[in-house]
Design a protein around this ligand. Structure first.
Ligand code: SAH
Length: 249
C-alpha cells in the first residue's frame, strides 16, 4: 500500500480502534459509504480516532441503509500532534470554515481563536471549528486531530504563549521584505516551537500591532505588497513557515 491510500474512504470515529472490533456505523456515515460512495461488502475503509493510528476496516452491510465496520489491521501508527499553534481572528462563517481547514491541512496542531478590535462578531462555534478540523483530517490523511482552544482576547492570547515559542505575526502594515530572510533571521539557526497569527477582515488596530510587536520572540512578517484576504494569508504564511522553519524542510 502506498504511504497514503486515497482510494479507500477515510472516516473519523470516536470509538477505540483495535483488531477485531466491530463498529456500528452512524446513519450519516452509513449513507455516505453505502449510498453516496456505493461501497460494497468487504470493501476497505480507513478509520482513525486521533489516538490509535489508522486502521483498515471492512464494510459489513446489514440492510440497505446500515452497516457495521469490522476493524482488520493497523495501516499507520499514531503520530505526535504537530506543535504549531495557529492563532486567528474569527471570520465570517464560510471563510472561517475554509481557513480552519487550510490551517489544519498545512500542519496546525492547535487552533486558537483570538478576538481582536476589528473581529466581526463576538461568537465562534467551537464545535463547527472541530468539525472542520476533522473534515480536513479525513480528506488529507492527517491522523492527529488539532486541538481547538477556547477563544481569547488578544492580550490573553499573547500571554498564553510560552516565551520560547516564536510568534510569526502577519502584519499587513509591515514594510515589504523578504519573508524567508525574516523567518530565518528570527531563529538564529534554532528550531523553536512556532505560532502564527492572522488578523480579521479589518486588519489589526495600531495599538494591537504595538502590543504584538512588544512581545519578545515575535517576528512581524510581510506577505508581500498586496493585502491578502485573511483566509489567503493563512495559506501563504503557513506555506512559508513550514518551508523555512517547520516540517516542510
Ligand atoms: N480586508 C481583507 C484583508 C484584511 S487583512 C479581508 O477581508 O480579509 C487580514 C489579515 O491578513 C491581516 O490582519 C494580516 O494578518 C493578514 N495579511 C493580509 N495581507 C497581508 C500582507 N500583505 N502581509 C502580511 N499579512 C497580511
Amino acid at each position: 500500500m502506498a504511504l497514503y491510500d486515497f482510494t479507500a474512504p477515510r472516516l473519523f470515529v470516536e470509538a477505540d480502534l483495535a483488531e477485531g472490533r466491530v463498529l456500528p456505523l452512524e446513519r450519516a456515515q452509513a449513507n455516505y459509504l453505502l449510498t453516496v460512495l456505493r461501497k460494497a461488502e468487504g470493501e476497505p475503509v480507513l478509520l482513525f480516532n486521533g489516538r490509535d493510528g489508522e486502521w483498515r476496516a471492512d464494510i459489513c452491510p446489514n440492510g440497505r441503509k446500515s452497516a457495521d465496520l469490522k476493524v482488520v489491521e493497523r495501516t499507520r501508527p499514531q503520530p505526535a500532534p504537530p506543535d504549531l499553534h495557529y492563532l486567528f481572528a474569527p471570520l465570517k462563517t464560510g471563510r472561517l470554515d475554509y481557513m480552519a481547514q487550510k490551517a489544519v491541512e498545512m500542519g496546525a496542531g492547535t487552533l486558537r481563536p483570538v478576538f481582536t478590535r476589528f473581529t466581526q462578531g463576538e461568537r465562534i462555534k467551537l464545535d463547527r471549528l472541530r468539525a472542520n478540523a476533522i473534515e480536513a483530517a479525513e480528506q488529507c490523511g492527517i491522523l492527529a486531530i488539532p486541538t481547538v482552544a477556547e477563544p481569547e482576547r488578544l492580550p490573553a492570547a499573547l500571554a498564553a504563549l510560552e516565551p520560547e515559542r516564536l510568534l510569526v505575526f502577519c502584519d499587513e502594515d509591515a514594510p515589504v521584505a523578504d519573508p524567508v530572510a525574516a523567518l530565518r533571521g528570527a531563529t538564529d539557526g534554532k528550531t523553536p516551537p512556532l505560532a502564527v497569527l492572522v488578523g480579521p477582515e479589518g486588519g489589526f488596530h495600531a495599538e494591537e500591532r504595538a502590543l504584538i510587536a512588544a512581545r519578545p520572540n515575535t517576528v512581524a512578517l510581510s506577505l508581500g505588497p498586496r493585502i491578502l484576504r485573511a483566509d489567503t494569508a493563512a495559506v501563504a504564511v503557513m506555506a512559508l513557515v513550514q518551508a523555512v522553519l517547520g516540517d516542510g524542510r
